[in-house]
Design a protein around this ligand. Structure first.
Ligand code: CO8
Length: 236
């Protein structure tokens, strides 16, 4: 699957809805056992959640958007499909294996704190499960975006390859994962991830209410507006 939503593959409500539909179709296709997620846009895998969906909209819209973000994670984190290497942090973290292209400009991380917002508990759990508690704690508190060598060293990405080798490597990794019987791979994955998935499902509605309440606050809307301005200024 190649993300292609210019300019920077922001995860808007439409994008997330289409992503979930495509994922469901692939899950139901018996011929498809593994999925590689990459970007069709040069230089960017995904810029993360579309900030404009969290800014200046109605509480109903915030609730609908947040449900779609939850749905994307629930589907991907529990997906029966095989490995899905890519960049872009939450989506990548929900995959089984992450391959990042070597490039001094590339960055990856959960930078919510930099926007004046807070990574929800299930983003945090997914991150902790990948890199360990202490590393996640520091990275989340500082809202760090890590360079490629740093991300590799801390285990946020599993492998680094030259850009032109990305697809070839991803195909080789999928083949390695699919060499195992599906049922043992899937049951092992469920064993490793079930607690985190169950925890989120048990608190799903509460999490939507929390998001809507938090994002609707004037102070948080102000932080997002300052951040968006900063993004635009950086450009000019
Ligand atoms: N949402 C909406 N618009 C965006 C986003 C985004 N996440 N990222 C970039 N854009 C816009 C830019 O403002 C710019 O718009 P315009 O053309 O109108 O000026 C356009 O996309 C292109 O962006 P750039 O010029 O910055 O493109 P570059 O190629 O130079 O850089 C980057 C690409 C590195 C991706 C850069 O755009 C960037 O750093 N973006 C911000 C990424 C970010 O901070 N994302 C975090 C979003 S929050 C999130 O995902 C989790 C939220 C959890 C919520 C919890 C609440 C409780």
């Amino acid at each position: 699957m190649k993300f292609k939503s210019p300019p920077v593959n922001s995860l808007s409500l439409d994008f997330l809805t289409e992503f979930c539909i495509s994922l469901e179709k692939l899950e139901n296709d018996r011929a498809c056992r593994g999925l590689i997620i990459t970007s069709a846009i040069p230089r960017v895998f995904s810029s993360g959640l579309d900030i404009t969906e969290m800014y200046g909209k109605s509480t109903e819209h915030y609730a609908e958007f947040w449900r779609a973000v939850q749905e994307m994670w629930l589907r991907l984190y529990s997906s029966n499909l095989g490995s899905s290497p890519a960049g872009g942090c939450l989506i990548a973290l929900s995959c089984d294996y992450r391959i990042m292209a070597e490039n001094p400009k590339y960055i990856i991380g959960l930078n919510e704190a930099q926007l004046g917002i807070v990574a929800p508990f299930w983003f945090k759990d997914t991150f902790v499960n990948a890199v360990g508690y202490r590393t996640a704690e520091r990275s989340l508190q500082l809202g760090l975006l890590h360079s490629v060598p740093e991300a590799h060293q801390m285990g946020l990405v599993d492998e680094v390859v030259p850009e032109e080798k990305l697809q070839e490597k991803a195909v080789a990794v999928v083949a390695q994962w699919l060499a195992l019987p599906d049922h043992s791979r899937q049951l092992t994955k469920t064993m490793m991830r079930k607690a985190v998935l169950d925890h989120m499902l048990a608190h799903r509605e509460e999490d939507i209410q929390n998001f809507v309440k938090f994002i609707s606050k004037d102070s948080i809307q102000k932080s997002l507006s300052v951040y968006m301005e900063m993004l635009k200024k950086k450009k000019s």
